[in-house]
Design a protein around this ligand. Structure first.
Ligand code: FMN
Length: 390
């Protein structure tokens, strides 16, 4: 199979992914919250961003290498944290962590991932970042951060936009649970997706391995019980408002780079920066938390204006092409994250998916910069239509 020809874009991978995974996993990955307004808004607002080509410019070798948070990356984008990725496609965390390392971009592991933070650091090396959902007990939080430091992580992002139990209609309707509940409907969905089901059998039932030590002191060998306890732990003992005081505690506990993920309000961005954050991720969580939330695109210019030119800003939500990456950078981001496109790619192509989609995005960004006449990433804001500084 010639995958370059068959899957030239994220859209092609998405169409294939849709067919290859069972309905409950598909709904969990594709959908947002409520009526899906903010998911649609994320992509629609990107579509509205216009860039002006300058055909008189000389830009034969656009350079997309990027210095960010003290490291050099081969492209200005990385993999966003995605909890339960291993349920959407077995082994997806390992595949994406390895691909990120070989492609020279960061991979972020979620607290509620299905492989351990220690294993991820071994696979992705310096390219591994960690995302923290804050447990209610400070001792557990401290221990997770201690493990991150011991494993060699340099960058942790604390997610602030899940302060309360999330209610997603599709997941409730499907009875989405970990492990998947084996009623007739889910069994039918699994049986009609044998590629997924066989891989799941080989990989084993996904577990929230990073949280297991905190509710399962005896490290129970009963997988079912351990998973049920993890799920209960997440529902009952995680999810907090990251107030100024809590953020200061986390800052004091983590000596490495600390990013704040899920900021939409310019005042919040300023506050976290004043409390010692090293950067802000402007994000509405892929439209999965609050259906009335604005898109990153619509607030990014105000956040940039509020924090000034030197604060590292990352943006995500709805980015599907190299052109979209250029749009986010033109609007004031220094770096871009994507979630779903990477899961589409592994669901479509298994092992080959990670590197393939990263290659597509790099090639599209290169072609966009060449078309614009833009020699470096820092020049992109000059091409934004309506940017008076341009
Ligand atoms: C299946 C899925 C699981 C997610 N899990 C997490 C998570 O555990 N922690 C987190 O901070 N964000 C999580 N997110 C949000 C992503 O990190 C990111 O903000 C979002 O996916 C970006 O939008 P995009 O999917 O349109 O690229 C998740 C997103 C998806 C699609």
């Amino acid at each position: 199979m010639n995958i370059d020809k068959q899957y030239p874009s994220v859209a092609h991978l998405e169409a294939s992914a849709k067919r290859r995974i069972p309905g409950f996993a598909r709904d969990y990955m594709f959908n947002g919250i409520s009526r899906g307004v903010s998911v649609r808004k994320n992509q629609e607002s990107l579509d509205q961003v216009e860039l002006m080509p300058r055909y008189t410019n000389q830009a034969d070798k656009p350079n997309q290498r990027c210095h960010f948070l003290g490291r050099e990356y081969r492209a200005p984008f990385g993999v966003a944290p995605m909890g339960l990725s291993g349920l959407v496609w077995p082994n997806s965390e390992r595949i994406l962590a390895a691909a990120a390392k070989s492609q020279g971009i960061p991979y972020t592991l979620s607290t509620v991932a299905t492989i351990s933070l220690e294993e991820t650091r071994t696979i992705a090396g310096d390219h591994a970042w960690f995302q923290l959902y804050t447990p209610q007990e400070p001792e557990v939080r401290k221990d997770i951060l201690r493990r991150c430091a011991a494993a060699g992580y340099e960058t942790v992002m604390v997610t602030v936009d899940v302060p309360f139990k999330t209610r997603r209609d599709h997941d409730i309707h499907n009875g989405l649970s970990v492990p998947p509940r084996f009623d007739l409907k889910t069994l039918w969905q699994m049986g009609t997706h044998p590629g997924w089901a066989l891989r799941m059998l080989r990989t084993g039932v996904p577990q929230f391995v990073n949280l297991k030590p905190y509710h399962d002191a005896g490290q129970s060998s009963n997988v079912g019980r351990s998973i049920r306890e993890s799920t209960k732990y997440i529902e009952e003992r995680m999810g907090l408002h990251i107030t100024a005081q809590r953020f200061e505690e986390i800052r004091a506990e983590w000596a490495g780079k600390l990013l704040v993920k899920g900021v939409l309000d310019p005042e919040d961005a300023k506050m976290y920066m004043a409390l010692g954050a090293d950067g802000v991720i402007v994000s509405n969580h892929g439209g999965r938390q609050l259906d009335a939330a604005p898109s990153a695109v619509s607030v990014l210019p105000q956040i940039r204006a509020a924090v000034g030119p030197d604060v590292p800003l990352i943006a995500d939500g709805g980015v599907r092409t190299g052109l979209d990456i250029a749009r986010m950078l033109a609007l004031g981001a220094n770096f871009v994250l994507m979630g779903r496109p990477f899961l589409y790619a592994v669901a479509a192509l298994d092992q080959a998916g990670g590197e393939h989609v990263m290659g597509i995005l790099k090639a599209e960004l290169q072609s966009t910069m060449g078309q614009l006449g833009c020699p470096t990433l820092d020049d992109l804001p000059q091409f934004l239509v309506g940017n008076s500084a341009g």
